[in-house]
Design a protein around this ligand. Structure first.
Ligand code: GDP
Ligand code: ZN
Length: 357
């Protein structure tokens, strides 16, 4: 059975819990995903929740809880209400362009960020530097991970690039395919601590997590694997590794890679931008429009199919990000409450279990 300690609830948080005036009625839980204010929470079981009205009014937007946060909830049968957010150990922010504030909080209480880049043409030192800066600002430790080393004919180029920016940050070269370097990486991840993966789309973050988790992984699905179909509710957002490490892998954290938005798409894929100048339409999305120079480069074999596919993938992620930012898409709270109630009913029907304290 899953305990709060398994999820990273150490002395730093338990001390705060003891001090809560009304702690008897509240239960600690960890946010493992955040979908516009509907939180997926994990305590001794998975459930959904949202902020109390009081917190919604009191908290500055930059303080709103996010993935990785520890909160205290009233364990209601229909939906959990978050009444308290524990002080954070660390906080990763997305810097808003041209704003003086701290930006948007993307991840909380992560001890180690694995900044993943791959040993191929997506390698971008400037971007890695920005990741490093964001991680140092967060208060967490960075580890620079060079992935897909099985692909590289000459690793020295990548090594030199990473060493130039590392300044003492550990660099781990690995391959999720061959398994090389995985043991070394685990040495940087102490038991009971939380790690998270950041890096551009396609660098191999999911594959790495799968490889680390290969044998005895219990992810949020398997923890609750009571044969009653509740697994799908949490997916792979939170994984527990055999060595007792917690890994958070959520779209919100990965999105750090997209903070530069269109600019990132341009600079990472400048080969595609070069072809795109010859597209018939200025706003061509290179998805089958007539006169698309990018597609014809793929057909002629001048542009790799995999390169084209990772461009499309990043483009789709950017579009999703924009939709999420668009206020017209925001749910009104009534619809949201209904949605929560429905999902919680589904959870409970599937064999819900209350936390015993
Ligand atoms: P993510 O977007 O960062 O999560 O990247 P994925 O894990 O989805 O991987 C992107 C692509 O790289 C997939 O086609 C993987 O099969 C491939 N890939 C991942 N890890 C490795 C590796 O260690 N070696 C090789 N050769 N390919 C890999
Ligand atoms: Zn085009």
């Amino acid at each position: 059975m899953l305990s709060l300690e398994n999820l990273g609830f150490g002395p730093f948080f338990s001390a705060q819990y003891e001090l809560l005036p009304n702690s008897s009625g509240l239960t600690p839980a960890r946010i493992i995903a955040d979908n516009r204010g509907i939180y997926r929470l994990m305590g001794c079981h998975a459930f959904l929740g949202e902020l109390s009205g009081r917190l919604r009014n009191e908290l500055h937007p930059e303080q709103l809880p996010t993935t990785g946060d520890w909160v205290a909830v009233a364990d209601d049968s229909e939906r959990a209400i978050v009444h308290h957010v524990f002080d954070r150990k660390t906080g990763l922010f997305r810097k808003a362009v041209g704003s003086s504030g701290r930006g948007q909080l993307l991840a909380a209480n992560v001890d180690t960020f694995l900044i993943v880049s791959s040993a191929n043409q997506d390698f971008n030192i400037r971007r890695l530097e920005r990741y490093l800066t964001a991680v140092w600002d967060s208060g967490a430790r960075p580890v620079l991970v060079l992935s897909k080393i099985d692909l590289a004919e000459n690793l020295d180029i990548y090594r030199q690039g990473l060493e130039a920016i590392a300044w003492g940050v550990p660099v781990v070269e690995l391959s999720a395919y061959s398994g090389a370097g995985l043991e070394e990486l685990l040495q940087h991840l102490p038991a009971g601590e939380t790690a998270a993966l950041i890096g551009s789309s396609g660098v191999g973050k999911s594959s790495l997590l799968n490889a680390l988790a290969s044998q005895t992984i219990q992810d949020a699905r398997e923890i609750r694997n009571d044969g009653k179909g509740r697994h799908t509710t949490t997916g792979r957002m939170l994984s527990l590794l055999p060595g007792g490490q917690i890994v958070i892998d959520s779209p919100g954290i990965r999105e750090l890679g997209l903070w530069a938005g269109e600019e990132a798409l341009e600079t990472t894929f400048n080969d595609i931008s070069a072809f795109a100048e010859d597209c018939r339409f200025r706003d061509c999305l290179h998805q089958g429009e007539p006169g698309c120079a990018v597609l014809s480069a793929v057909q002629r074999g001048e542009l790799g199919e995999d390169r084209y596919q990772s461009y499309l993938k990043l483009q789709a992620e950017l579009a999703a990000l924009e939709r999420r930012r668009d206020p017209t898409q925001a749910n009104n709270s009534k619809r949201r409450s209904k949605h929560i109630a429905k999902q919680v009913r589904a959870l409970n029907k599937a064999g819900g279990k209350r936390c015993e304290h």
